[in-house]
Write a protein that binds this ligand. Structure first.
Ligand code: SF4
Length: 370
């Protein structure tokens, strides 16, 4: 029954701590992975369970001792959870250097949460040339050394297998994304659960659950809803998805860092699986935290919206996220040039009242249906 499958996604998405405890009770070690991209394949191949740490909707208190108020609340809530013991039992956290705010998280983590090891993953800005790929590979080797200190064992053959597991998961997530574009009966809240749960389940389990879901979906439904493309870093707030559903909006595609951006690029087949993983990072694109002077992401949003028949684009801006704010002006101009209506709403992990978002999206809906 599809509702049972959707319930399983929801349970995992809503209870990351329960998932952590389940794996720890099985004797597995947890390694937390901070946004936006970490070499999960390596962590998986060395026998750990990678678990996404994207923070939580909560009031910030202790994190304010370490961060000024104008840093994004995703990073602040990760530290808040760490200090409060929500990740207790985890062996380490891997934090990438993909934005200035993330760079400060690792340094603060070392002092604020001393029972969970901080493992930095330093990425190059210029990731595509050979020297950029070599730099990324050296960063991965550093992560491997740190994981070895925690009892992990690196084996290139195991990494080859993990690369395949992650490629299979990428493929199923791309199929889910395509299927959801023609299944308006799946709500925005359910769509969010499918993507969010991927951070808290092993990739093998999540792939299997997605396959079940796809098999149960059935024929495409007639779309009486308003197709939109959603773009941003994170869109998992239940109140936000409730508003999308209340407005009769159907997410036909996403450009969300915590959703489809994770699954667009596979690890290529190469003799050296670590080199292949570094090449994967070089091949990734269309994301605010992946430097590209040509900003192909902007056109990607326009092209995808057109291809999926979206009536408009909703940019969900995480407050104080510099990389997304830089891109917004270009996205706005490109949408205007393509005659594609665009709405901007701001969200924050500390937000309790979503009335301003509701009003903005109500106005946007009215404009699109006029
Ligand atoms: S939301 Fe923006 S500022 Fe915060 S960690 Fe992500 S990319 Fe960095």
């Amino acid at each position: 029954m599809i509702q049972d499958t959707i319930r399983k996604f929801h349970e995992a998405a809503a209870s990351p701590r329960a998932q952590m405890e389940k794996y720890m009770a099985e004797g597995k070690k947890i390694v937390l992975t901070a946004p936006v991209y970490t070499p999960e394949e390596i962590i998986h191949s060395m026998g750990f369970v990678p678990m996404g740490a994207w923070g939580a909707d909560m009031e910030l208190n202790r994190a304010k001792e370490y961060f000024p108020a104008f840093l994004c609340s995703i990073v602040q809530s990760i530290l808040e959870l760490g200090i409060r013991g929500a990740y207790k039992g985890a062996s380490a956290i891997v934090i990438p250097s993909l934005c200035d705010t993330l760079k400060t998280l690792g340094e603060n983590w070392k002092y604020a949460v001393d029972d969970i090891k901080f493992i930095p993953m330093t990425y190059p800005q210029n990731r595509k040339p050979d020297y950029g790929i070599a730099f990324t590979k050296a960063g991965y080797e550093r992560v491997i050394r740190d994981l070895e200190e925690l009892g992990g064992k690196f084996d290139p053959e195991a990494l080859k297998e993990s690369n395949k597991v992650y490629n299979a998961h990428n493929a199923v997530m791309r199929r889910v994304d395509e299927a959801l574009a023609v299944h308006p009966e799946i709500t925005a809240a359910e769509r969010s659960d499918i993507f969010r749960s991927a951070f808290f389940m092993t990739k093998e389990e999540h792939t299997a659950l997605c396959e079940e879901f796809l098999a149960e979906l059935g024929e495409a439904g007639a779309d009486a809803k308003l197709g939109i493309v959603v773009s941003g870093i994170l869109t998992d707030a239940p109140q936000l998805n409730e508003i999308f559903d209340d407005m009769g909006m159907h997410i036909v595609a996403d450009d969300v860092a915590a959703q489809s951006r994770q699954y667009r690029t596979d690890v290529p087949e190469m003799d050296d699986p670590l080199q292949a993983l570094a090449v994967k990072f070089a091949n990734m694109d269309n994301c605010s935290v992946l430097y590209n002077v040509k900003k192909p992401r902007v056109q990607w949003i326009v092209d995808t919206a057109k291809a999926r028949g979206a009536k408009g684009v909703v940019v969900v801006m995480t407050k104080f996220c510099d990389p997304e704010e830089f891109d917004y002006v270009m996205i706005k101009k490109a949408c205007e040039a393509a005659d594609l209506p665009l709405a901007l709403v701001e969200v924050d992990r500390q937000m309790v009242h979503f009335e301003q978002v509701r009003t903005n999206l109500e106005t946007f809906r009215d404009m699109l249906t006029m």
